[in-house]
Ligand binder design. Structure first.
Ligand code: ACO
Length: 323
């Protein structure tokens, strides 16, 4: 019997504190107009002091489990995508596992920065397809506010904190409707390590470091690679862009998202955009956007959902899901 991964639950969590562009412009040489025009960002959430990535991840996972009518004890796989773990080790996933009351199976982190959610979804999907697990939660959770240089206007205005999660259940391909993860497509190019990185970490320095980015270079690579991986995902499933119900992209820059929409010939009302409210929440941005669109009734069972993301590494990928 051939197994596939069906999405059975979705949840998200955002910290309470909102920081608007205008608030940033009080102490930085920037403006609401510049940030909106160049990025589409209007505001971002920032975790409270003492509120950690594991807290955000736990709340998002708990909500996803509730929407699936399940609890942590039903899980046998937890994959957490994050570039901002609570500690260097153990995996932040281990803390979330314990808090959810999950006492069997495996829990671990996946690190592909802003592409992390696609990578984590792929890892979980593979495990379910192989029969290594039957029920999984895939989480994207980040506290980028902790690795930002708040005096660098070129980076600190771009990011926010948050978390989102999906619950996946192994189903037989013979199940009616064909509602499951169709395919995942992953790529990396380590030659571009230096265009988006954090200048710290346990092996290279004593501190956690700050995010550094050559924005224009990342932008150029993003448009080129995301465009190619979208084609790859559609071709692999013999689907056309016209068949996509929703594009749920990583929310890094509205100009990159608009470029992908134009490439696919999708009308803007088929693209889920949360960047104005959330900014770039790295691995959390796709599940946060999914939850928003499921919650307000846009994404419905049976819809074809295309997700894509690019982040540090560089790493990028796409997933196609029959919701
Ligand atoms: N406010 C005002 N001016 C600013 C700001 C700001 N917040 N930030 C930069 N500027 C200035 C620059 O100093 C520069 O001034 P200069 O011309 O006098 O030198 C000017 O604006 C243009 O700067 P650029 O960096 O060339 O601006 P650009 O149009 O490329 O926009 C941006 C910058 C928004 C960062 C864009 O390049 C981008 O979105 N890149 C992609 C980021 C991305 O996709 N990241 C995804 C992965 S993230 C991850 O994995 C963690």
């Amino acid at each position: 019997m051939s197994l596939r991964s069906q999405v059975t639950g979705c949840g998200a969590y955002l910290p309470d504190r909102v920081i608007t562009n205008s608030e940033l412009a009080v102490r930085l040489d920037t403006s609401d107009e510049w940030i909106r025009k160049r990025t589409g960002i209007g505001e971002r959430r920032v975790a409270a002091p003492g509120e950690l990535t594991s807290d955000l991840a736990y709340y998002a996972a708990q909500r996803a489990l509730a929407s699936a009518g399940m609890s942590g004890s039903d899980l046998d796989l937890l994959v957490l995508a994050t570039a901002t773990p609570d500690n260097t080790f153990p995996a932040t996933a281990a803390k979330v596992q314990a808090r959810l009351g999950m006492v069997r199976g495996a829990a671990f982190d996946v690190q592909a920065v802003c592409a992390g959610f696609i990578f984590a979804l792929s890892v979980a999907d593979n495990a379910l397809r192989l029969g290594q697990a039957r029920t999984a939660v895939v989480i994207g959770a980040e506290t980028f506010s902790r690795i930002l240089d708040w005096d660098d206007r070129g980076t600190c205005v771009l990011f926010g904190d948050g978390a989102g999660a999906l619950v996946l259940k192994a189903v037989s391909v013979a199940s009616p409707g064909g509602r499951f993860v169709l395919s995942n497509h992953l790529h990396s190019d380590g030659r571009q390590y230096d265009i988006l990185y954090v200048d710290g970490g346990p092996s290279s320095s004593r501190g956690a470091g700050f995010l550094r980015m050559h924005g224009r270079e990342v932008f150029r690579h993003a448009v080129q690679h995301l465009s190619a991986v979208i084609d790859e995902a559609l071709e692999a499933n013999q689907l056309t862009a016209a068949e996509i119900d929703w594009l749920v992209p990583h929310q890094a820059n509205s100009r990159i998202i608009d470029a992908m929409g134009r490439k696919l010939g999708l009308s803007p009302d088929k693209i889920v955009m949360t960047i104005e409210q959330h900014a770039n929440t790295s691995a959390a941005s796709i599940p946060l956007a999914l939850e928003a669109a499921v919650d307000d009734g846009r994404i419905k069972p049976g819809h074809l959902v295309l997700m894509e993301a690019l982040g540090g590494g560089l790493s990028w990928g796409a997933s196609l899901v029959r919701w």
